[in-house]
Design a protein around this ligand. Structure first.
Ligand code: AHR
Length: 501
């Protein structure tokens, strides 16, 4: 019999409250995320605005909160003026980021309409272009979007049909400006200055905005660490968050390391927290900068695109990864990593929402369906609200090439306001079922409500157009709650939700 993995839960030992924005997502003008993803006039399910209601239904089931827009790399060439006003008068433009043609048929007003229909907690998270543009265009966009009336740009919004301001609270100051691939790429000093000046001007209009400074594109960047320190030294009093981006994929068939990707994600978070607090200490500031992990996912970025695409096409099939059960288990583990750091990660965006490395896929003129990664996100967004309990696991380990000895169990637990608890757990072993024992101390829990499992005899199983429900969660077997101890068995390579009342 395998040694069980164990941990103890107690209501007095907590990480912090979960900010609902931890369950954000991302809509970029990239491939088919917007066009034929969320927006497809003429589709049998399209509403009067051209939004696919089949997709909206799945989005509401998924439960994303903050929706980041319009990029991504796209934002570094974004001309917001092109995306407002009568659709027929909007210009077609080259999008340098993805070498496509942007029709601007979907723009700011359409996005706000989408957000309003995307669920009660959905809110816009707007990025400004600090690649090819700067302070002036950022405050013009802010005036157009948020100022009530009585100025040229706020009155223009009203003339375009939206009398009420959009009330966008959360703004990103550019995107991945440290990356040489970024249009308008800058050094940390250059970016720190323009971010500070833009933040200052935006706050002159509205001191209550929440602003995100662009951190490193990933923790492997040569400038990682130094970038954050320089940018935050310039912007510390002017911003609320620094961003983190990270994508994971299986390399060279090393599945055990891939399954341990959250080890890297947690270390990344902790290094950025340390850098923020170091800058705060240097500046003798009482203020705390939080983390906006506004791009995270599994993404096979090195795989050739299986779809033929020519330069400057409109809405081609780009980044349409089809996720396996294995990918969904890693994805769930990344969600656990975010929850385990909920005290400092107060915004996070799953990149992206539809078709582009996404939990929801669509076919033009055809159906919309859930990828394997849909399920961990929907379950975490539904049951991951409340206070994260401090989970310190005592787990069997196994060796990985990339991260050394790694716990087989990766877990967190969230206590809801009504006293019920959700345990989220991943078994990283590809071959061994993992017995789990959780001592429930002082929580008054007596009922096992549900053990839901995402696992499959075929770790490569996926949902596709022709087999849309090949992978769905199933009920776990044998879990019990006796005398204040939860006992369960976690299937090999599995994502688990265990609900207790
Ligand atoms: O999410 C896809 C791309 O990944 C984004 O446009 C960019 O910010 C990142 O490199």
């Amino acid at each position: 019999m395998n040694r069980p993995a164990r941990f103890t839960l107690h209501p007095d030992f907590t990480v912090g409250a979960v900010n609902p924005r931890l369950f954000g997502s991302f809509v970029e003008h990239l491939g088919r995320c917007v066009y034929t993803g969320i927006h497809e006039p003429g589709h049998p399910t399209a509403d009067a605005a051209g939004l696919r209601t089949d997709v909206l239904e799945l989005v509401r089931e998924l439960g994303p909160t903050a929706l980041r827009y319009p990029g991504g790399n796209f934002v570094s060439g974004y001309r917001w003026e092109d995306s407002v006003g009568p659709v027929d008068e909007r210009p077609r433009r080259l999008d340098l980021a993805w070498k496509t043609t942007e029709s601007n048929r979907f723009g700011l007003a359409e996005f706000i309409d989408f957000v309003r229909k995307a669920g009660p907690e959905a809110e816009p998270m707007m990025a400004v272009n600090l690649g090819t543009r700067g302070v002036t265009e950022a405050i013009q966009l802010q005036e157009y979007a948020n100022h009530p009336s009585g100025t040229e740009l706020s009155d223009l919004r009203a003339a375009h049909g939206d009398k009420d301001p959009y009330g966008i609270k959360l703004w990103c100051l550019g995107n991945e400006v440290d990356g040489p691939w970024q249009t308008g790429h800058k050094t940390a000093e250059e970016y720190g200055r323009i971010a500070a000046e833009t933040a200052r001007a935006m706050r002159q209009i509205d001191p209550d905005l929440e602003l995100v400074a662009s951190g490193s594109s990933n923790s492997g960047m040569d400038t990682f660490g130094a970038w954050e320190a320089t940018v935050l030294t310039e912007t510390y009093d002017l911003v609320d968050y620094v961003s983190l981006h990270s994508y994971y994929w299986e390399r060279d068939g090393d599945r055990d390391s891939f399954l341990a990707s959250a080890v890297d994600m947690e270390a990344f978070i902790e290094k950025v927290v340390a850098t923020c607090d170091h800058v705060g200490a240097k500046l003798k500031s009482e203020k705390r900068i939080n983390l906006s992990f506004d791009e995270w996912n599994v993404w096979y970025m090195e795989k050739p695109n299986p779809h033929p695409v020519e330069d400057w096409q409109e809405a081609p099939r780009l980044l349409e990864d089809v996720y396996s059960v294995t990918d969904a288990v890693v994805f769930g583990s990344l969600l656990i990593a975010l929850l385990r750091h909920a005290d400092r990660v107060t915004v996070a965006c799953l990149a992206q929402l539809v078709n582009v490395i996404a939990p929801i896929m669509t076919e033009p003129g055809g159906p919309a369906w859930r990828q394997t990664t849909f399920f961990p996100f929907a379950q975490a967004s539904t049951y991951g609200r409340g206070t994260v309990l401090d989970v310190r696991v005592d787990s069997p380990t196994h060796p990985t090439a990339k991260y050394g000895e790694v716990d087989l169990l990766h877990a967190t637990a969230v206590r809801h306001d009504d006293g019920t608890v959700a345990v989220f757990a991943v078994n990283r072993s590809q071959t061994r079922a993992l017995p789990l024992e959780v001592l429930l101390s002082g929580l008054g829990l007596t009922e096992l409500v549900e053990h839901s499992v995402l696992a499959d005899a075929d770790p490569e199983a996926r949902n596709t157009l022709t087999d849309q429900e090949r992978v769905v969660p199933h009920a776990g077997e044998g879990a019990v709650l006796v005398d204040g101890t939860l006992k369960a068995t976690l299937e090999p390579l599995s994502w688990n939700l265990i609900r207790l009342a």
